[in-house]
Design a protein around this ligand. Structure first.
Ligand SMILES: Cc1cc2nc3c(=O)[nH]c(=O)nc-3n(C[C@H](O)[C@H](O)[C@H](O)COP(=O)(O)OP(=O)(O)OC[C@H]3O[C@@H](n4cnc5c(N)ncnc54)[C@H](O)[C@@H]3O)c2cc1C
Length: 436
């Protein structure tokens, strides 16, 4: 922060000696935490945000930049568990489980399996659609509040298929979207695809275009814009690591890694893939896992990209950003501690080159990020079981950028005891404890 109080850098000043009491404490300065801070500060609360690293230092800084409002289908589809052996034995495939991590992730996979039952998929899709409808409205409002509306591209996304069989297999998902009023257009043949994106391989025979999908110009810059606005409105952003929470009469006591104690009247846990560690200190076990994802950001001009492209069969997307062309995706279930395996980023880049022959693959920067994922593809938004002064806002998986503004609205509703904008039951943080 500069002397004028303007936030101008992703790094954060350390928490001062006199800053250990606050109204609302937000733990985590990713896009979700910053959206919440902006909303609450805008509603007149006094907000302190702490992050152990900085603004957008984890998943929020390097993601694919999609405002994927039409992405309402849960990851756990009926019959998906039959694919688990393939995930174990194809370490560089679009979805992989590190074999040594299987025992650790077994409880998450159990809930994932249950979420794949047909009736649950239907219910979860409806809940996701409701959250997406709210996201469309609240994202616009958030961008306006942050003066960041120009950071959004509204040119849709193109899902691409290598065969008519692959296209046919995608139809149930499109039907489910149509049932929720989502508009799309199917395209067949290289010539009609080329009208929306020239320069693709002729092996891509079909596509689906979704006009309502948007992308941001750079997810890191967008989150920084939110942070700057929070500070302009009088909010405070500091570097500190929370270790444990304890409800006391005077407020929620948060033990920090430097052994200081911070006292807040309300605490929002928005610590991404690490949030369950903090919930655990309140006695709750929440089956949060990380779906690690990889990408490579190529220099500006690496391809004449007209809009975001999605290669569903291979689990990666290609996004036009102001900082370059970002190629990546994939899911690796290997936990928070295993070192990154950047061969995965290289594999995705090689695949992209196959489908985009003119892609200049030199000079890229590789990145790995930790998606915070719950087994049913829905986030946890709601009070902690032990003390309602603590509220959870995490587990957005592949959709944290997309759903940050809607989550902020719902958290603000909870903290001010207003009726919630949408039914919160599907997002109840305790839903897995009840289902166990
Ligand atoms: C490859 C990839 C592509 C993606 N593409 C998209 C996309 O196109 N669209 C989309 O909507 N989503 C996408 N996502 C998902 C999206 O990035 C995440 O859902 C989102 O960034 C999560 O935001 P968050 O604020 O919850 O978590 P994070 O961004 O991870 O932020 C959490 C913050 O909490 C801090 N923290 C953690 N523990 C503590 C502690 N104890 N004390 C203090 N601070 C702490 C961390 O330092 C971190 O800064 C993608 C993810 C990946 C990996």
């Amino acid at each position: 922060m500069s002397a004028t109080g303007t936030f101008d850098d992703a790094a954060l000043p350390p928490l001062g000696a006199d800053e250990i009491a606050c109204d609302v404490l937000v733990i985590g300065a990713g896009t979700v935490g910053m959206a919440i801070a902006l909303r609450l500060q805008g509603e007149g609360r006094q907000v302190l945000v702490i992050d152990r690293k900085g603004v957008a230092a984890e998943a929020s800084g390097g993601n694919a930049g999609a405002l994927a409002f039409t992405d309402i289908m849960p990851l756990a589809a009926p019959g998906i568990m039959r694919k688990v052996p393939r995930w174990l034995f194809d370490p560089l495939g679009p979805l992989a489980i590190a074999p040594g991590y299987l025992p650790r992730i077994a409880p998450w996979l159990y809930h994932f399996w249950r979420a794949s039952w047909r009736d649950r998929v239907k219910k979860n899709t409806a809940a996701q659609a409701a959250l997406m409808d709210l996201s469309i409205i609240e994202t616009d409002a958030m961008l306006t509040a942050a003066g960041a509306s120009s950071m959004v591209r509204s040119d849709g996304v193109l899902h691409l298929y290598e065969s008519e069989a692959e296209f046919a297999a995608s139809q149930p998902g499109w039907q489910a979207r149509a049932d929720h009023g989502i508009e799309f257009e199917h395209l067949h043949g290289a010539r009609s695809i080329a009208q929306l994106q020239p320069g693709l391989s002729a092996s891509l025979v079909a596509a689906t275009f979704l006009p309502a999908w948007k992308t941001v110009s750079d997810p890191m810059q967008l989150t920084l814009a939110l942070a700057r606005r929070v500070v302009d409105l009088g909010g405070c952003l500091r570097r500190a690591q929370a270790l444990a929470l304890a409800p006391e009469a005077e407020g929620i006591c948060v033990r920090l890694s430097d052994q200081r104690r911070l006292v807040a009247q309300r605490v929002v846990i928005a610590a991404g893939a690490w949030s369950h560690h903090l919930a655990r200190t309140l006695g709750e076990r929440i089956p949060l896992e990380t779906e690690r994802g990889y990408n490579t950001t190529l220099p500006v001009g690496a391809f004449d990209l007209r809009r975001q492209l999605t290669f569903d069969g291979h689990g990666f997307v290609v996004t036009p950003l102001t900082c370059g062309v970002r190629v990546g995706g994939a899911v690796e279930l290997a936990g928070l501690d295993a070192p990154a395996n950047f061969d995965r980023a290289a594999v995705l880049l090689a695949k992209a080159k196959r489908f985009m022959p003119g892609l200049a693959t030199e000079g890229g920067t590789q990145w790995m990020g930790f998606r915070p994922s719950l087994p049913d593809t829905l986030p946890a938004i709601g009070p902690a079981a032990r003390d309602a002064r603590v509220v959870y806002a995490f587990g957005h998986g592949h959709l944290g950028l997309t759903q940050a503004a809607a989550t902020a609205r719902l958290i603000a509703d909870i903290l001010s005891s207003r009726p919630s904008a949408i039914d919160l039951a599907p997002f109840c943080p305790q839903r897995f404890a009840r289902a166990a």
